[in-house]
Design a binder for this molecule. Structure first.
Ligand code: PLP
Length: 391
């Protein structure tokens, strides 16, 4: 006989998904209604306006794509690009590589600007790339690189794109809700995010937003968008303003209740307060990790508070530590990726998970597991250091 699935509750302090708040989970379980029910249409309008708040934009074309962050990424590229276009793609971690794939699958050319993993995108290198390639249509970069815990200067990059007559395309999957994302202040043209990071909603939805300049490019395309599902002109028939909402796809109705609830929570907390909360718990976590003798691998000016890259101490076995944290403490932290695999952990403090209990749990659990493994750490001091940071 088959039986129901009941996952063990975990504390999610990896690179995402992050802990979903009970309020959001409760919203998910409310009665499903039709995706064209007048009440649902009203909810869609509220979601759009709450997203405008979260992204700090007046962009009319701001909506949640009914699929995860990767679909938001693809939506931005396929709608803006046509065969033969050129794009500067900045890569300083995993996700720039995915952008390159998207560009090439659109029949466009990716001009790569590469920086070391763990460093932000170099403004000087991008400036040089624009000088060498004045034909560039789009500058694409990741604001908050989840693979390394690095923030790049989104404002400077968007302004550089505009100064060179190009559109800016920003990955804000990990940044929204955790640090300042200011679409209109930056003059960003196409932005996508995800629900499973600092919005602390269930995975599987990708907020996107396009500036009027980007919409004009979309409206004047020579070729059909290669993806039917992600074609914004078609999606607008369902999500757009001043239109008789018509069926395009069946929205994930209950997931939209959850997104709405998480955005209401963000709005009630206030953006600035949410960023300050992430910073506060990040500082306490770092104080504890450093007291333990561990090293933060990203330099302070561009460290993400919501994703902390920390080096393994001498004598620690990466896989064994993460397995013990999961088995003994129901605590998930993330592994290092690429060149950082086996050498670093990624500790997330995203959205609802950015709280004092999680910081103290993580520090005491690491202290115990690393001590049991005989790793070289200062025992028994991390929690006090974090508490001192809170005081
Ligand atoms: N971009 C960044 C920076 C991410 O961290 C992620 C997911 O971790 C994605 C894109 C892709 O999002 P998803 O996994 O929801 O498709």
């Amino acid at each position: 006989m088959s039986s129901s699935f009941h996952p063990t509750p975990r504390t999610l302090m990896g690179p995402g998904p992050s802990d979903v708040s009970p309020r959001v989970l409760e919203a998910l379980g409310r009665p499903t209604i039709g995706h064209l029910d007048p009440e649902f249409i009203g909810l869609m309008d509220e979601i759009k306006s709450l997203l405008q708040y979260a992204l700090q934009t007046k962009n009319a074309l701001t909506l949640p794509v009914s699929a995860p962050g990767s679909a938001g990424m693809e939506a931005c590229f396929v709608n803006l690009l046509e065969p033969g276009d050129s794009v500067i793609v900045c890569q300083n971690g995993v996700f720039g590589g995915r952008m390159k794939e998207n560009v090439e699958r659109c029949g466009a050319t990716a001009i790569m600007v590469e920086d070391d993993w763990g460093k932000p995108v170099s403004i000087d290198k991008v400036t040089a790339a624009f000088t060498a390639h004045p034909e560039v249509k789009v500058l694409a970069f990741v604001h908050a690189e989840t693979s390394t815990g690095v923030a790049s200067d989104a404002k400077a990059l968007c302004e550089l794109a505009a100064a060179n007559g190009a559109l800016s395309l920003v990955d804000a999957v990990t940044s929204v809700g955790g640090i300042n994302v200011d679409l209109d202040g930056w003059g960003a043209d196409a932005v996508y995010s995800g629900t499973q990071k600092c919005l602390s909603c269930v995975p599987g939805i990708s907020p996107v937003s396009f500036s009027d300049r980007a919409v004009e490019v979309i409206n004047n395309r020579q070729h059909k968008v290669q993806s039917w599902f992600l074609d914004m002109q078609l999606v607008m028939g369902y999500w757009g303003a001043n239109t008789k909402r018509a069926y395009h796809h069946t929205a994930p109705v209950n997931a939209m209740y959850a997104l709405h609830e998480s955005l209401v929570m963000l709005k009630n907390e206030g953006l600035e307060n949410a960023w300050a909360r992430h910073r506060q718990h990040h500082q306490a976590l770092v104080a504890g990790l450093e007291a333990m003798g561990l090293t933060m691998l990203v330099e302070k000016p561009y460290r993400l508070p919501q994703l902390n890259l920390v080096g393994l101490p001498e004598g620690a076995d990466d896989g064994a530590v993460r397995s013990a944290l999961l088995a003994q403490y129901n605590l998930e932290i993330g592994a290092g990726l690429g060149a950082l695999a086996g050498k670093a952990w990624r500790i997330g403090l995203m959205g609802y998970a950015a709280n004092q209990n999680n910081v103290l749990l993580c520090l005491s659990a690491l202290d115990n597991v690393l001590s049991a493994q005989g790793a070289t750490i200062n025992r028994g001091v991390a929690v006090d250091a974090a508490l001192a940071s809170y005081a």
